[in-house]
Write a protein that binds this ligand. Structure first.
Ligand code: IPE
Ligand code: IPE
Ligand code: MG
Length: 255
C-alpha cells in the first residue's frame, strides 16, 4: 500500500511524456490554488513568500492554458472566508494581486487573454479594484482564454446573490416564477454565459471544495495532487488534463 502511494507521488512530479488529445481539451478548468503557506513553512519562510512564489505558477499555468486553447480558466485566489487571516497576510495578497495585474497586463493582452473577475470585489482595496476593472475593460474584446480571477469569492455568497437579483427581477416584473429553471439560475451566477468547469484541480493534498463554484461543479471532474501550488508547473497541468481525458463522464446516463 505504502509503495503504491510512493510510486504514485513520484509519477506526479516526473516530467513524463504523456500525450494529450488536443481535440479533447477541457473547455473550462478551475484551480483552487492551495498550499502557498505550507510551501513557505517547509522552507522556514514567511507565508507571504509562499504567495509570492505562487505567482510564478499562475504565470506558467495561464500561458499553458492559452497554448492548449482552454477557453476558460478560473483561479481561486481569495475566498470570502480568507478575511479571517491575519491582516499582514491579507495585505500581502492584495499587493501581489495589484502587482500581478500591472506587470502581466501587457503579456496577457498580447496573448489575447480576457481578464475577468468573479466575486464581490467592492471589498478589495481601491487599487486592486481599479486594476481589475481597467484590465477587464482593456481586454474584454480579446478572443482567447478568459481568465477568471475569483476574488472575495464564495459559492454560497454567489448563490445568495443570485437569489437577491432574481427576487429584484421578479418584483419588477422582468421575470415570473414560471421562468425559473436551472438554466435561468445559471444566468444569475458570476459565470453566466460560461460553461461549467469540466475539471477542478486542487493541489496541496486537501480534498475539499472550500466554497468554490458550488452551483457550477455538479458534473465537474476533480483532480487532486500533493504538489503545493508554488511548485505547480505545466507538467502537472498536463497530467491533470491527461487523467481527465481518461475518465468516463457519464452525466448520469448509461453508455
Ligand atoms: C492558498 O494558499 C492561497 C490562498 C488561500 C489565498 P494557502 O495560504 O491557503 O496555503 P496553505 O493552505 O496555508 O498551505
Ligand atoms: C481555498 O483555500 C481558497 C483559495 C485557494 C483561495 P483555503 O486554504 O482558504 O481553504 P481551507 O481553509 O483549507 O479549506
Ligand atoms: Mg490553504
Amino acid at each position: 500500500m505504502l509503495k503504491f502511494f510512493r510510486t504514485d507521488r513520484k509519477k506526479e512530479t516526473e516530467n513524463k511524456d504523456i500525450s494529450i488529445d488536443l481535440n479533447n481539451i477541457p473547455r473550462h478548468i478551475a484551480i483552487i490554488m492551495d498550499g502557498n503557506g505550507r510551501w513557505a513553512k517547509e522552507r522556514n519562510l514567511p507565508r507571504a513568500i509562499g504567495h509570492k512564489a505562487g505567482v510564478e505558477a499562475i504565470r506558467e499555468v495561464v500561458k499553458e492554458c492559452s497554448v492548449l486553447k482552454v477557453k476558460y480558466l478560473t483561479l481561486y485566489a481569495f475566498s470570502t472566508e480568507n478575511w479571517k487571516r491575519p491582516k499582514d497576510e491579507i495585505n500581502a495578497l492584495m499587493s501581489l494581486l495589484a502587482e500581478y495585474l500591472k506587470k502581466e497586463f501587457k503579456e496577457l493582452d498580447y496573448n489575447n487573454v480576457i481578464i475577468n473577475y468573479i466575486g464581490d470585489i467592492s471589498k478589495l482595496p481601491d487599487l486592486c479594484q481599479r486594476e481589475l476593472i481597467e484590465s477587464h475593460e482593456n481586454t474584454k474584446n480579446n478572443t482567447g482564454l478568459t481568465l477568471n480571477l475569483a476574488l472575495n469569492y464564495g459559492g454560497r455568497y454567489e448563490i445568495a446573490r443570485a437569489f437577491k437579483l432574481m427576487y429584484e427581477d421578479i418584483k419588477s416584473g422582468k421575470i415570473s416564477e414560471d421562468d425559473i429553471n436551472e438554466h435561468m439560475i445559471s444566468n444569475y451566477m458570476y459565470t453566466r454565459n460560461m460553461p461549467d468547469p469540466d475539471l477542478i484541480i486542487r493541489p496541496s493534498g486537501e480534498q475539499r471544495l472550500s466554497n468554490f463554484l458550488l452551483w457550477q461543479c455538479a458534473y465537474s471532474e476533480f483532480w487532486y495532487s500533493n504538489i503545493k501550488w508554488p511548485d505547480f508547473r505545466k507538467e502537472h497541468l498536463h497530467r491533470a488534463i491527461f487523467d481527465y481525458q481518461n475518465r468516463d463522464r457519464r452525466f448520469g446516463a448509461v453508455k
